[in-house]
Design a protein around this ligand. Structure first.
Ligand SMILES: [Fe+2]
Length: 354
């Protein structure tokens, strides 16, 4: 007998190759006629194309995105939507770009359509973050989830290798932690395991052939499922560690994920034998922690904190911050273990259960 609670989140998803041409029709569905278009540097060319295709429907543009969604940028963007009497926000870019769109619609009643170009998965979640000073406040609010998401694999074909590797490992971590989350459910596990299979398959192809459409399609599909999983449950100790390493020590979220995930999987293995067996099966490996480490290596992702600029004396402070803010984890979190994990991760040692 199992029992669970699963809340379906509303939203429309268009997935495929060349789907960007559907944008005008999808804006019609949203009854959007005055669009503020937000893009990051990487997506500039695609955003230019969208602006010329939409003609007078684009009434404002933002083309510079800073990481972690600073409140000053959010307020300027909100003012722009007011000044131009916009009725919709369209974002095209990575997680920080989607994040600006979320921060706008948190306080403004506008339609929101997102076109993600990385594997961050933010477009499928009601989670937002805004940085005030040096503190990033995060929250959950159903209003911030985009009403429509267009996934176009063609926009990801030339994603740089270092973005691909970190972003893929971030998506993989969303799937893995969804499997043992406190709010887990059979539906979320189906999505997460399918996401893991797709991310593994895509990684093996894209590592040797970065522009391969089938490989890129698998990665984007896996990222969509990872985002949908992340949107339905809370995360565990892995994401706590990555947020401290990112928020306080400036590590890119994807890089932190690549280094830390194998160690966390090794630690949680004994507490969740059935989950770990399913994870190993989805990855097609005998030992999931080692399998994830090898996947990171295949993608060319970092495997040590030292190479990311963390200094050994930082490990004490990081340990304290992680333990102080710790939430749910299937195996209770012990200070000594966190310290030990960070030492292993710092040195790039293989994952080992304590
Ligand atoms: Fe993440």
């Amino acid at each position: 007998m199992r029992s669970f609670t699963y809340e379906l989140l509303p939203g429309r998803v268009v997935f495929g190759s060349g789907t960007i041409v559907r944008l005008p029709v999808e804006l019609d569905v949203l009854e959007a006629s005055r669009v503020v278009l937000i893009s990051d540097n990487m997506a500039k060319t695609d955003a230019d194309q969208i602006e010329s295709d939409l003609g007078g429907r684009v009434v404002g543009r933002i083309g510079e995105i800073e990481p972690h969604v600073p409140i000053e940028k959010v307020e300027a963007a909100r003012r722009l939507t007011d000044d131009r009497q916009a009725d919709a926000v369209v974002t095209i870019g990575g997680g920080s770009t989607t994040g600006v769109g979320k921060a706008i619609v948190l306080e403004k009643e506008l339609s929101f359509l997102a076109i993600p170009t990385t594997y961050a998965g933010s477009e499928m979640t009601p989670i937002y973050g805004i940085t005030v000073g040096d503190v990033k406040r995060t929250g959950r609010d159903p209003r911030v989830k985009p009403k429509t998401v267009i996934y176009d694999v063609d926009l990801t074909l030339d994603l740089p290798t270092e973005v691909t590797s970190g972003s893929t490992m971030n998506a993989l971590a969303h799937c893995v932690e969804a499997l043992y989350a406190r709010e887990r459910s059979p539906i979320v596990s189906i999505m997460a395991l399918e996401g893991i299979r797709a991310l593994k398959r895509g990684s093996m192809v894209v590592a040797g052939d970065p522009g391969n459409v089938d490989g890129r399609s698998d990665l984007l599909y896996g990222a969509f499922l990872a985002g949908a999983s992340l949107g339905a449950v809370g995360m565990a100790i892995h994401h706590r560690i990555c947020h401290v390493l990112g928020g306080t020590f400036g590590l890119a979220h994807g890089d932190a994920n690549a280094v830390i995930l194998p160690h966390v999987v090794a630690y949680n293995r004994e507490a969740e034998p059935e989950v770990m067996a399913a994870l190993a099966d989805a990855l097609g490996v005998a030992e999931p922690a080692q399998g994830i480490r090898e996947l990171a290596e295949t993608l060319g992702a970092p495997t040590s904190l030292a190479e990311l600029g963390i200094k050994e004396p930082d490990l004490d402070r990081a340990t304290e911050m992680i333990v102080d803010g710790v939430g749910y984890n299937p195996r209770p979190v012990e200070r000594e273990w966190i310290r030990h994990l960070l030492e292993d991760a710092f040195a790039g040692r293989p994952p080992s259960a304590q």
